[in-house]
Design a protein. Structure first.
Length: 171
């Protein structure tokens, strides 16, 4: 993915850890804005909130507002609650990833009670083949955990959407 251009789930304090080029202003609801560039998304909360953020992320990606994304969550139930993730390469870490939380005295380690999931939306750039896009994710995350993807992960989903739109109601 390269650099992180935008982190919609961060704030000026937390973004020190992510080092995104930009984050939303504190008074801004990033769910109501369009995003840009390469996006890191790490929503807080349980499945309901995570699903809202994942749906927004995929919507921004599929409508070409963002170039690529990595979606990180400790709400592992998202695998069952949002089957659309199987359209993308997924990493399930071998161990729970400890996170940091900003406090008045600095950052403190937070050990999640559940396992984590990383979902990857490959770059939409046509100069890189679909296979190479998934290979980039695999090579970047295979030391962290198991990489899962099907033969369509990372391919051009627009072809499937076009087919669906043409044949809607026929099934």
């Amino acid at each position: 993915m390269g650099r992180i251009d935008y982190d919609p789930t961060s704030d000026p304090i937390q973004q020190i850890l992510v080092d995104a080029t930009s984050v939303p202003a504190l008074e801004t609801n990033a769910l109501n804005e369009h995003w840009h560039g390469n996006v890191w998304v790490s929503p807080k909360g349980a499945v309901r909130n995570t699903r809202i953020w994942l749906n927004k992320t995929i919507n921004e990606y599929r409508n070409n507002y963002i170039d690529s994304f990595v979606f990180f969550t400790s709400a592992s139930e998202i695998i069952r609650a949002t089957p659309v993730i199987w359209d993308y390469p997924v990493c399930i870490p071998f161990r729970r990833i400890k996170q940091l939380r900003a406090t008045k005295s600095g950052f403190e380690s937070v050990c999640p009670s559940t396992w984590n999931v990383l979902i990857y939306g490959p770059p939409l750039d046509n100069t890189i083949s679909d296979i190479d896009k998934v290979t980039l994710f695999y090579n970047s995350f295979r030391d962290i955990g198991r990489i899962i993807y099907n033969e369509y992960s990372g391919d051009n989903w627009a072809k499937d959407l076009e087919h669906y739109e043409e044949h809607r109601g026929e099934v």
